[in-house]
Design a protein around this ligand. Structure first.
Ligand code: ADP
Length: 256
């Protein structure tokens, strides 16, 4: 199943992770080319979020390799020198942005304040440049003119769109989205999926954990079906319409 190419922007090899005596990931392998949308699907508890969080080291895998672009870390034999390890983690984190289930915006900061916090404080970018870039991103997510609003003045769907803009403000090479619509009221799901569709159309490299199977069918270049701690089936969007594996079939018949 390992079909990695030099052109792959993301490479994951042999990822293993246990919580206590529960081994959640038992050797997860996949790769993704630049400009593609990968969707992680699978039963609840199959480790989708753990894989996603491992990509930007919010979880530390027990072993396996993660590479994004030119930054990589082999968790099985990490640099023994602490500062070299920290540098490798930082390099990997700098290449991806994360959108969480619930947006986690700073409630006491305006929309603009939320968007420029990371670029200015973490990346040391110029405030005016960061603000101009943030306004463009707000336009991209359909929230032009809302820069002075506070999160509590926005709907859940608008807040999540700010969450996406905030992740993009850090200029990542890859955007990781962890069930970005699952905390939303049903009527607000569509507007967030529309923004993600636009990003896909603009050739952003996306990795998405979602239960929205119909959406996944529309946007996925690659579907990774996780089960039993491994990628049990991998393919294009046809995995969702014509799965080969019985466990994928069973899963889809439950959720569709
Ligand atoms: P999924 O996203 O597919 O629902 P997760 O990656 O969230 O699966 O979780 C996989 C398994 O690992 C679950 O059984 C979950 O309870 C467990 N798990 C995840 N994070 C932790 C943690 N920080 N501590 C203990 N167990 C965890």
């Amino acid at each position: 199943m390992s079909t990695s190419h030099l052109t792959d922007l993301i490479e994951v090899r042999g990822l293993e992770k246990s919580f206590g005596d529960q081994q959640v990931l038992k050797g997860v392998d996949f790769s993704a080319e630049s400009g593609t949308v990968s969707v992680l699907l699978g039963p609840s508890g199959s480790g989708k979020t753990t894989v996603l969080r491992s990509l930007n080291v919010l979880e530390t895998p027990d072993s396996g390799l993660v590479r994004i672009s030119d930054a990589s870390l082999d968790f099985g034999s990490p640099p023994t020198d602490k500062s070299a390890y920290r540098r490798a983690v930082k390099a990997l984190r700098a290449r991806s942005g994360m959108v969480f289930q619930s947006h986690n915006l700073f409630p006491h900061k305006t929309v603009l304040g939320n968007l420029i916090e990371g670029p200015v404080q973490v990346q040391g970018r110029d405030r005016d440049e960061a603000a101009a870039a943030a306004r463009q991103l707000l336009e991209q997510v359909g929230l032009a003119g809302r820069e002075d609003a506070y999160p509590s003045q926005l709907s859940g769907g608008q807040q999540q769109r700010v969450g996406i803009a905030r992740a993009l403000a850090l200029k990542p090479e890859v955007l990781l989205l962890d069930e970005p619509t699952s905390a939303l009221d049903p009527e607000l799901v569509g507007e967030v999926l529309a923004v993600i569709r636009d990003l896909a159309a603009e050739n952003w490299t996306l990795v998405i954990v979602t239960h929205e199977v119909r959406f996944a069918r529309d946007v996925a270049d690659q579907v990774l079906f996780l089960d039993g701690g491994v990628v049990a089936e991998r393919g294009g969007a046809e995995v969702l319409t014509d799965p080969r594996e019985e466990r994928t079939q069973r899963f889809l018949s439950r959720v569709l």
